[in-house]
Design a protein around this ligand. Structure first.
Ligand code: C2O
Ligand code: CU
Ligand code: CU
Length: 456
């Protein structure tokens, strides 16, 4: 195990069981009174994992596991991660969905220099929003994320949320063959289409596992899609499930319904009423089973649906005075284009500009400049036949309308823009910096579908 936990971070569930939650009690035990220099020592290093029984997959791990170790922090507090790179190549960590200073955002040559093999970097920032987030590199992304450098980051609510039980479900599809060996993470003809899909689906690193849940309780499942390209159509037939938060941000709870489309990078917090002991539910992606939720006996009294989660402190955009900016996402290439010696393929562009993943200076030419504290509407137009989970760093935005479906506005960092859809999002540009704006289908991002948005 390459990871040392400096302190014991106990979830609310565990502490409730210990009976130490009470009016204003410090349920966040273990935070050292005199602050040490960091909360986590997180090491990225190669390690073999067993995805397919009897085989070895040469993964790259955070904290000795892939998907990586779950990090936890509490809303409003600092998260201090001393990161060490024991990989054979440079890397960084980006904290997906966290509003933080640019210097902590993990984008090479924009936020920091890449962390070289053998080097360490201290990531130190406050976490303003509670919710389900995640972390991953922003360097050689197809391969680094593909090999397993993806992990959940859970920010617990400032006040107890009302959930007594929770589980994190890290969803990942792997590019492996039957012997567990990696196959290509990105194939040009797939990158030019929907992205190169993995073939082996896992929850917390296991294919179709059985998760035991306490009978009669309402359990918070944090579903995190940390896969390179696959959108999961999450459904739970005959289960009683409600969505409490989308991409970390609370919504008025609503039934899961037929399916929720969870694109790469996206999360939902799903409350599930666990059926009587002995029963089982099938958590699925379309018709495919992701995991079995098995109900087991518990001495606990029946649980009830918790109250809605409290909103995060995200500034509300004022649509009347907002300036509208337009962004077109479109196909740019031909398969026989410019992938010359070591050059990157270009298949995608935003407003006619393709990001060159090998050009360190792209961020010097931002696609838009926003005024600090200005209010903006972005009109996102997808001129292609493929969907794109559009993600923005550093700022949280509100989804306000779509020409394809009814929108009940919500706050997020990633919007799954459907084929030929036009959607509008709005935000207050309250965080100065140069923020990456990209599709989270990793091989779209690496073949042009990325830009920088500057806030000054
Ligand atoms: Cu999770 Cu730049 O992204
Ligand atoms: Cu991000
Ligand atoms: Cu895309």
């Amino acid at each position: 195990m390459t990871f040392t936990r400096r302190k014991m971070l106990t979830g609310l569930a565990g502490l409730a069981a210990l009976g130490i939650v009470g009016g204003g009690a410090r349920y966040w035990i273990g935070r050292p009174a005199d602050p040490a220099t960091h909360d986590y020592d997180l090491i990225a290093a190669p390690a073999d994992i067993e995805l397919i029984a009897g085989t070895r997959t040469p993964a790259w791990c955070y904290g000795g596991q892939a998907p990586g170790l779950e990090l936890r922090a509490r809303q409003g507090e600092w998260l201090r991660v001393r990161f060490t790179n024991h990989l054979p190549e440079p890397t960084t960590i980006h904290w997906h969905g966290i509003r933080l200073p640019l210097s902590m955002d993990g984008v090479p040559y924009v936020s920091q220099l890449p962390v070289l093999p053998g080097e360490s970097f201290d990531y130190l920032f406050q976490v303003p929003d509670a919710g389900s987030f995640w972390y991953h590199p922003h360097t050689s992304s197809a391969e680094q994320l593909g090999r397993g450098l993806v992990g959940p980051l859970i920010v617990e609510e400032r006040e107890p949320s009302g959930f007594r039980h929770e589980r994190t479900l890290s969803l990942k599809n792997w590019h492996v063959d039957k012997q567990g060996a990696f196959t290509d993470f990105s194939v040009p003809r797939e990158a030019a289409r929907g992205g190169t899909p993995g073939v082996l689906s896992t929850v917390n690193g296991e294919h179709a596992p059985t998760l035991e849940l306490p009978a009669g309780q309402v359990v918070r499942l944090r579903l995190i899609n940390l896969t390179n390209t696959v959108t999961y159509r999450v459904n739970l037939p005959s289960g009683d499930a409600r969505i409490y938060a989308i991409d970390g941000h609370p919504i008025a709870p609503r039934p899961l319904g037929k399916a929720y489309w969870l694109g790469p990078g996206m999360r939902i917090d799903l409350a599930v009423k666990v059926p009587p002991a002995g029963a089982a539910l099938s958590l699925r992606n379309g018709p495919l089973r992701l995991a079995t939720l098995a109900s087991v006996d518990t001495a606990e009294a029946e649980g009830d649906w918790p109250a809605p989660l409290s909103a995060n402190p995200v500034a509300e955009p004022d649509l009347r005075r907002a300036e509208t900016l337009r962004f077109n996402f479109e196909w740019a290439g031909t398969l026989s284009s410019d992938a010359g010696q070591g050059g990157a393929f270009t298949f995608w562009q935003i407003n006619g500009q393709a990001w060159d993943i090998n050009d360190k200076t792209c961020a010097d030419r931002p696609i838009a400049t926003l005024k600090k504290d200005g209010h903006y509407i972005f009109e996102l137009r997808n001129l292609s036949q493929y969907q794109h989970p559009i993600h923005l760093h550093g700022l949280t935005f509100k989804v306000i309308s779509s020409n394809r479906k009814r929108i009940d506005p919500w706050y997020t960092d990633t919007y799954l823009l459907g084929k030929n859809e036009t959607a509008r999002i709005a935000l207050v540009a309250d965080n100065p910096g140069v923020w990456m704006f990209h599709c989270h289908v990793i091989d779209h991002m690496e073949t042009g579908l990325m830009a920088a948005i500057e806030v000054v």
